[in-house]
Ligand binder design. Structure first.
Ligand code: MEV
Length: 438
C-alpha cells in the first residue's frame, strides 16, 4: 500500500476486514476466515470487546491460567494469571506450594498515594508566584469539589497540592504537584479531571492577582497529567524461614542453596544487565495478574522500572538475606491499581478473575500482585542457582513444540515418555518426531 486510506475508521467491521484482507494477504479468504474464527459466538460479548478499542477486527487470545495454593497472611488463594509464556504459571504454582509449608507469604501495603502534575511556564518573580499560590491554594480545592465529592465519600480525594520550582531544569518551568488518594479505583480519570480544573483555576486566578505584572499574568499551562511514577504507592511481599527448612528434593544442601540465592540477588542489586532480566522475571508474575484483573500493565511497567532506577542506577526490585540462620526474601514495588472502574466492571473474564480473588480492594489486589512477582522471582532464582533455567523451561515448552510440529496424540505421548528422562531441546524433539514418522 503506497497511499493513505482516508475514512478507514468509518468503515464497518466487515468492510475493514475485507479491505485489509485484499490489501495485505495473498489469500484474502483465508485471512478473513481466520479473523472471524476468533470472533466470540455470543454477539453481545463480541460487541463488548469490539468497543474496548477502535478499529477492532477480531480478538487476540492469550491464555488465562491459575496458580493455586498461595498462602498469604494465613489465608489460601488461587491467583489468576493471563500470560502467553509457558512455564510462568507452573513456576508460580511451585513457588506457592513450596512456601505454603514454610509460613507462606506476608504482605503489607506501605502507602497508596498517587501523583499528578500541572506543568506550566511563568515568567517573573518567584516570590510573587509563591505568594499567589499560598493565597489561592484553597481555591484549587474549592473549584474541584464537584469532581471530588464522590471520591471523598469513599475516603479519598486530593491530599495536597504543592508549587514546585523547576527552573533549574528548564527556564521558567514550574509545577503544581498534587497528591491523591483514590481508594479502590486506579483513579486516572479522577486525577486528570482534577488536574485540568487546577490548570483552569491557575489561569483564571493569575489574571486576578494584583501583584502580577502583565507578563506574569500570562501563565502558559503546557500540560496536566497524572504520573505513572508512584514511589509512594508501595506494597511489600516477603517470605522467610530457617535455612534448614529450605531443604527439599531439588535443594539437598539448604545452606549452600541459601547462600547462592542471596548472591544471585546481590548480583542483580549491583549489575544492571542482570537486574533487568531479574526484574523481567518479577514482571512475568506481576503483569500476568495485572492483565487478568483488567489493570494497565504499561502504567505499572513504566512505574516499576522507574522505581528500580530511583538511586540513579537500575537495580533489583527484590532483596534477600540470611541472618541468624533465617533466610528472608522480599520485594517492594509501586503498584497503582484499581478494582472498580475501567475494565474491571466491563470485561467478563476480569470480573471472574476478581471474584476468584474474592473481590479484593485495590490494596488487597496490590498484595496478590506483589506476591505473584515474588513467587516468580523465587522460582526463577531457584532454577538458575540449581539446575539452570532450561531444564524446567524446555519441559514446559514441549507442548508448544509439539503443536508446531502438528504431532498426533500418539506421537505426543511417545515424545513425552521419552523426554521425561532426556534433556529437551528443539532439535532433539524434531529428530525424535521425524524418526517416529519414518
Ligand atoms: C524468563 O521469562 C524470566 C527469567 O529470565 C528471569 C530471570 O532470569 O530471573 C527466567
Amino acid at each position: 500500500m503506497n497511499q493513505p486510506f482516508s475514512g478507514f475508521s468509518k468503515l464497518s467491521k466487515e468492510e475493514k476486514i475485507n479491505w485489509i484482507a485484499e490489501a495485505y494477504f495473498s489469500t484474502p479468504e483465508q485471512a478473513v476466515s481466520l479473523l472471524k474464527k476468533y470472533w466470540n459466538s455470543d454477539p453481545k460479548i463480541q460487541k463488548l470487546h469490539d468497543e474496548f478499542i477502535e478499529n477492532t477486527i477480531t480478538n487476540f487470545y492469550i491464555p488465562l491460567g491459575v496458580a493455586p495454593n498461595f498462602l498469604i497472611n494465613g489465608k489460601y488463594s488461587t491467583i489468576p494469571m493471563a500470560i502467553e509464556e509457558s512455564s510462568v504459571v507452573a513456576a508460580a504454582s511451585k513457588a506457592a506450594k513450596f512456601w505454603s509449608t514454610r509460613g507462606g507469604f506476608k504482605t503489607t501495603v506501605i502507602n497508596t498515594e498517587k501523583i499528578g502534575q500541572v506543568h506550566f511556564i511563568y515568567q517573573g518573580d518567584v516570590s510573587k508566584l509563591e505568594l499567589f499560590f499560598a493565597q489561592t491554594k484553597s481555591k484549587f480545592f474549592a473549584d474541584t469539589e464537584n469532581i471530588t465529592t464522590n471520591m471523598q465519600k469513599r475516603g479519598g480525594g486530593i491530599l495536597d497540592i504543592e508549587l514546585r520550582d523547576k527552573t533549574n531544569l528548564i527556564d521558567n518551568y514550574y509545577q503544581l504537584h498534587a497528591t491523591f488518594e483514590t481508594k479502590d479505583s486506579m483513579g486516572a480519570n479522577f486525577i486528570n479531571s482534577c488536574l485540568e480544573q487546577f490548570a483552569n483555576t491557575l489561569k483564571r486566578e493569575s489574571q486576578n492577582f494584583e501583584l502580577f505584572s502583565e507578563t506574569e499574568k500570562d501563565i502558559q499551562v503546557i500540560m496536566s497529567i497524572l504520573s505513572n511514577y508512584v514511589p509512594n504507592c508501595i506494597v511489600r511481599a516477603e517470605v522467610s524461614c530457617p535455612v534448614d527448612e529450605l531443604e527439599e528434593k531439588h535443594i539437598q544442601n539448604p545452606h549452600d542453596f541459601a547462600e547462592r540465592f542471596v548472591q544471585a540477588v546481590q548480583i542483580a542489586e549491583v549489575e544492571p544487565y542482570r537486574a533487568v532480566t531479574h526484574n523481567k522475571g518479577i514482571m512475568n508474575g506481576i503483569d500476568a495478574v495485572i492483565i487478568a484483573t483488567g489493570n494497565d500493565f504499561r502504567a505499572v511497567e513504566a512505574g516499576v522500572h522507574a522505581y528500580a532506577a530511583r538511586s540513579g542506577q537500575y537495580s533489583s526490585l527484590s532483596h534477600a538475606k540470611i541472618e541468624n540462620g533465617i533466610f528472608s526474601f522480599w520485594l517492594e514495588v509501586p503498584l497503582a491499581l484499581g478494582t472498580v472502574g475501567g475494565l474491571t466492571s466491563l470485561h467478563p473474564l476480569v470480573k471472574l478473575s476478581l471474584e476468584m480473588l474474592e473481590n479484593p480492594s485495590a490494596g488487597e489486589l496490590m498484595q496478590f500482585v506483589a506476591v505473584a512477582g515474588l513467587a516468580q522471582n523465587f522460582a526463577a532464582l531457584r532454577s538458575l542457582t540449581t539446575s539452570g533455567i532450561q531444564e524446567g523451561h524446555m519441559k514446559m515448552h514441549l507442548n508448544n513444540m509439539l503443536n508446531q510440529l502438528e504431532a498426533t496424540d500418539d506421537e505426543s505421548l511417545q515424545v513425552r515418555k521419552h523426554f521425561k528422562h532426556h534433556v529437551v531441546s528443539h532439535s532433539g524433539v524434531v529428530n525424535f518426531v521425524e524418526n517416529l514418522r519414518k
